[in-house]
Design a protein around this ligand. Structure first.
Ligand SMILES: [Zn+2]
Length: 366
């Protein structure tokens, strides 16, 4: 299996060096500074040197002696978002070292890989991403890795057509925020099992077992979501946020959603969008709106001000995780913790009934 190579051959090295140089030039140009920054130059040179070193070591190893996946060793799985990393960690468990590209609070719609990120992808045994164009600017790098024979897979690639949303006014682009519907995300779990079982058949049984345990936990949080949202008085069941990351969540758990921005965070809302939202809040007497970890909340402040001018007080009901998990190592840094936090925050702010610290009593009180 060619994707088990840990180091790079000389052709790969020149490609990586080219990529680094391209990225480097782009950065230099975009800052409108035509002079090479000493620090950037040092990083680029150091990385090229490391790659050459790695390549030399790799070439010193005869092709025939190069191991296939060694079942006693972890392989490197590079993942894009925290949500994808969560799935892969649960399925692969001790068999993989999972390396995330996008940390806490990083917006995947805007994420551009640095030279170091490109290096991580080149060295990965397998790359797993979310898909449905969530990672727009990363796409060329993923395609490049795939062309070079690396296993590159998306967790959403085999979702049944009827589970994917194609919002109005968004061309034929799918809405990528599928993790908002826990049942649909569970189908992505199955996809990870498929991908890893093909990639590493020796541990296929483990992957199946690990996924079965996690599937039960996902089912539990899905039931919690249904019950919690249903406890919000019906006339207040409106979820108002900064961007359209919650359509899947809304349709799964029966709450109406409104946002000041489109599906992607790449475009800015106009004054008219904000005014329309203000009128909507006032007419429907919506008591709270929500900020998102990855999105600038300035527009929501404008909405609150606008409502005030119409004598309607709207509060910030709390912070929601839309496109990234919380801090690694905390409950909110897991997919289940993130969903628990969102469900509990929404339900409490809109007058429903839920335990204050969520399904597992583990939420930090805000
Ligand atoms: Zn988003």
């Amino acid at each position: 299996m060619d994707s088990t190579e840990n180091c790079l051959n000389s052709k790969e090295i020149s490609e990586v060096a080219g990529l680094i140089f391209k990225e480097f030039c782009k950065n230099a140009l975009s800052s409108l500074n035509l002079y090479f920054s000493g620090l950037q130059m040092k990083h680029a040179v150091a990385l090229c040197f490391l790659l050459l070193l790695c390549g030399c070591q790799d070439n010193s190893q005869p092709e025939a002696n190069r191991p296939q996946l060694d079942p006693s060793k972890q392989y490197q799985a590079v993942v894009t978002t925290g949500m994808v990393g969560d799935l892969v960690r649960h399925v692969a468990a001790e068999h993989a070292e999972v390396i995330g590209l996008m940390g806490e609070g990083v917006d995947p719609h805007l994420f551009r890989p640095t030279a170091a990120d490109n290096g991580k992808m080149m060295n990965a045994d397998i790359i797993i991403y979310s898909g449905l164009m969530l990672e727009g600017p990363l796409q060329p790098a993923l395609e490049q890795a795939s062309k070079r024979g690396k296993t590159v897979a998306s967790v959403t690639e085999n979702l049944p057509q009827n589970t994917v949303r194609f919002p109005d006014g968004f061309g034929h682009h799918p809405d990528p925020h599928v993790w908002g519907d826990i049942k649909t995300w569970t189908l992505c779990l199955d996809q990870v099992v498929d991908v890893l079982s093909k990639f590493d058949p020796d541990h296929a049984e483990d992957y199946k077992k690990n996924a079965a345990v996690y599937r039960d936990e996902l089912q539990e949080i899905d039931s919690y979501a249904r019950k919690a949202i249903a406890s919000i008085p019906e006339d207040r069941r409106y979820l108002v946020t900064a961007h359209d990351a919650f359509e899947y969540f809304a349709s799964a758990y029966k709450i109406q959603v409104k946002s000041v921005q489109g599906i992607s965070t790449e475009s800015d809302p106009g004054v008219q969008d904000i005014n329309e939202l203000v009128d909507f809040l006032v007419e429907n007497k919506i008591p709270a709106i929500f900020v998102e970890a990855t999105v600038n909340s300035a527009n929501l402040q404008a909405v609150i001000e606008g409502a005030k001018q119409q004598d309607w007080e709207v509060i910030i009901g709390g912070m929601l995780y839309s496109d990234s998990l919380g801090t690694p190592g905390t409950y909110e840094g897991t997919y289940i913790g993130m969903m628990d936090s969102n469900i509990t925050t929404i339900t409490r702010a809109l007058g429903g009934t839920v335990p204050q610290k969520g399904l597992h009593g583990k939420l930090r009180i805000r």
